[in-house]
Ligand binder design. Structure first.
Ligand code: UD1
Length: 345
């Protein structure tokens, strides 16, 4: 058995996929989650995929004493991968204090516990949202950080700064922030995937729910952007590829291959895809027609962004392997699995 890795938000979408990839590589994984936006059964499904159900600790990372006592008892943890956070952009505009408190207090508590109990490494779940609308595309890690358009985005910017400053002040701590572009898709087993609460804000869950009949139609938010087909452009990457990047980042820190104590990497495919192209991909991959209409622009949307992932390609030895169509196919398989499960209950 390799080192012990803590995955916060471990029953969530990206956390669960990362737990699978870590376990496939022989790491011992402990999930921490308060189950605010996920279910304990996800740990069992990870067990179905990997052959071993990971330990799940259910508590809130905003509880400082609990976080400290957990890491006192588990001071052999080699690294923390920190996913646990609120992530709904629209909700964050209406509940800024809840977002700042939850996302930042949990991070501060974790870093405090790392310092106190000698946990040396953190990989942080950040976002390309920190770039706003970049002037140059594809966007590299040294592109200027823009004022955040939402409290959610601001928690990612401030989170990165808190980690950078804490690492600079305390010898022995190191970390990597991973700036994700748009993670989509699900594990090929269809046993884990993205399960938004209520009406999805993100494109692909909205597409799969519409195809399943839970929503009447997808609204394409704007076709008058300055892009080839007028719809917005994003860089959609398969969540399993994204999960694997976390394993390589953890390895880099554990093996001391990092070039600085704090590093930042973009994680994307390097290819921009429009909303209309994403719809075509879904239709091609699943053989289903999608009901959609063109609607007005969504407030705060970025016109176009895609990654320059060459730093991650070079330094982490990581690049995306799955196509957009494969990601769409797995998203659809997961949607069908989870609906059947829900209907059975
Ligand atoms: C959003 C957040 C980003 C966050 C990410 C989490 C903003 C500006 N950015 O990214 O910070 O990290 O979610 O996954 O909010 N679309 C439709 N119809 C829909 C839903 C989406 O046309 O019903 C379009 C959007 O206009 C956008 C694209 O699909 O062009 C992707 O949208 P979404 O999945 O919400 O991701 P982002 O906006 O890129």
């Amino acid at each position: 058995m390799k080192e012990k890795i803590v995955v916060t938000g471990g029953t969530g979408y990206i956390g669960s996929h990362t737990a699978v990839e870590l376990m496939n590589e022989g790491y011992e994984v402990i999930l921490i989650d308060n189950l605010y936006n996920s279910e304990a059964v996800v740990a069992d499904r990870i067990g179905q995929i990997t052959g071993k159900t990971p330990q799940l600790e259910v508590f809130d990372l905003c509880r400082k004493k609990k976080v400290s006592s957990f890491f006192r008892e588990n001071n052999d943890v080699a690294a923390i991968i920190h996913f646990a956070a609120y992530k709904a952009v629209g909700e964050s505009v209406n509940k800024p204090l809840a977002y700042y408190r939850n996302n930042l207090v949990s991070l501060i508590n974790l870093l405090g516990a790392m310092k106190k109990h000698g946990i040396p490494a953190m990989v942080f779940s950040s976002s390309c949202t920190v770039y706003g609308q970049p002037e140059k595309l594809p966007v590299t890690e040294d592109a200027p950080i823009q004022p955040a358009v939402s409290p959610y985005g601001n928690t990612k910017q401030i989170g990165e700064e808190i980690i950078r400053d804490t690492i600079a002040a305390h010898q022995g701590l190191k970390g990597i922030s991973l700036r994700y572009f748009n993670p989509i898709g699900a594990h090929p087993s269809a046993l884990i995937g993205e399960l938004p609460r209520g009406v999805p804000e993100n494109l692909v869950p909205f597409i799969t729910q519409t195809a399943y009949g839970l929503r009447d139609e997808l609204k394409v938010f704007g076709n008058d952007y300055n892009t080839p087909d007028g719809s917005c452009i994003r860089d959609y990457l398969h969540v399993v590829d994204l999960a694997k990047a976390h394993v390589t980042a953890v390895k880099r820190l554990l093996e001391g291959k990092n070039k600085n104590d704090y590093e930042i990497f973009n994680l994307g495919t390097g290819k921009g895809v429009s909303v209309l192209e994403a719809i075509s991909s879904f239709e091609r991959a699943t053989g289903r027609k999608l009901q959609y209409t063109i609607a007005g622009r969504r407030a705060g949307d970025i016109e176009k962004i895609w990654a320059d992932p060459s730093l991650a390609n070079r330094e982490l030895g990581w690049k995306t392997a799955s196509s957009l169509d494969e990601a769409m196919k797995t998203a659809w398989e997961w949607e069908q699995y989870i609906r059947k499960k829900t209907e059975e209950q």
